[in-house]
Design a binder for this molecule. Structure first.
Ligand SMILES: *[C@@H]1O[C@H](CO)[C@@H](O)[C@H](O)[C@H]1NC(C)=O
Ligand SMILES: *[C@@H]1O[C@H](CO)[C@@H](O)[C@H](O)[C@H]1NC(C)=O
Ligand SMILES: *[C@@H]1O[C@H](CO)[C@@H](O)[C@H](O)[C@H]1NC(C)=O
Length: 196
């Protein structure tokens, strides 16, 4: 199968307070994310952590060594040297994150759900920015490209869609380049404090 690889680091939710919000934190200078997943760090090339360690689920299966086949993912601190088209040795994106792990997925041609997580205790009526850093770990070889759709849904039984972000085909880079994708969830009309 064609390599259809993507790597991802830092899934975050930032609070953008507005005056008059129902939550007590009206401090607009406080931009620390209320929710942040960076997949940890460690000296071993492959992390032994599982999605449960980061409170998410996935339909992908985990690899703890190479190869990483279609439909598999791994937490690794450098792109493995297994394929001449990969950016071997490229590192994650998180600042000040020595040996930081990234989520490396070999995208399955049959679309799967690579990340599903839940954020609780949101402030009703406020604004949040959902963001993720992504890249394509394949160099400029003109291969099939991965694409990702993020959907933000309420945790109510109807799981109402309140925001969607479609990356389109993530391009190949001559030097692996992280792109921040962000979505502002503003004035979400469904008033619930949990989203996923
Ligand atoms: C606002 O947040 C910043 C950064 O966390 C903090 O340094 C500052 O003291 C806060 N100001 C108020 C009024 O809470
Ligand atoms: C993952 O979670 C398990 C169960 O709580 C724990 O034993 C293990 O140390 C964790 N691994 C990492 C790498 O955080
Ligand atoms: C905010 O949401 C409410 C409820 O859905 C809607 O009536 C209103 O028009 C929205 N305001 C804006 C500025 O989008």
């Amino acid at each position: 199968m064609p390599p259809l690889m993507l790597v991802c680091i830092t899934i975050a939710l930032h609070f953008f307070p507005e005056s008059g919000g129902l939550c007590s934190d009206d401090n607009t200078t406080n931009i620390a994310p209320i929710f942040l997943v960076t997949f940890g760090s460690g000296s071993a090339t492959f992390s032994s952590a599982t999605p449960a360690n980061f409170s998410f689920t996935t339909t992908y299966q985990q690899a703890f060594t190479i190869p990483i086949e279609d439909g598999y993912f791994a937490f690794t601190n450098a792109i493995p040297n297994v394929n001449t088209v990969w950016h071997t040795g490229a590192l994650d994106h998180t600042p000040n994150d020595i040996d930081g792990y990234m989520f490396l997925a070999n995208a399955d041609p049959n679309p799967g759900q690579f990340y599903r997580g839940t954020v609780n205790n949101l402030c009703i009526g406020e604004r949040y920015e959902f963001s993720a850093y992504l890249t394509n770990l394949v160099g400029p070889f003109g291969l099939a490209k991965p694409s990702v759709i993020f959907q933000i849904r309420t945790s109510t039984s109807d799981n109402t869609l309140i925001g969607q972000l479609d990356t389109g085909e993530i391009p190949e880079y001559s030097t692996m380049t992280w792109t921040k994708l962000a979505l502002m969830i503003q004035n979400y009309s469904i008033q619930h404090r949990t989203i996923k």
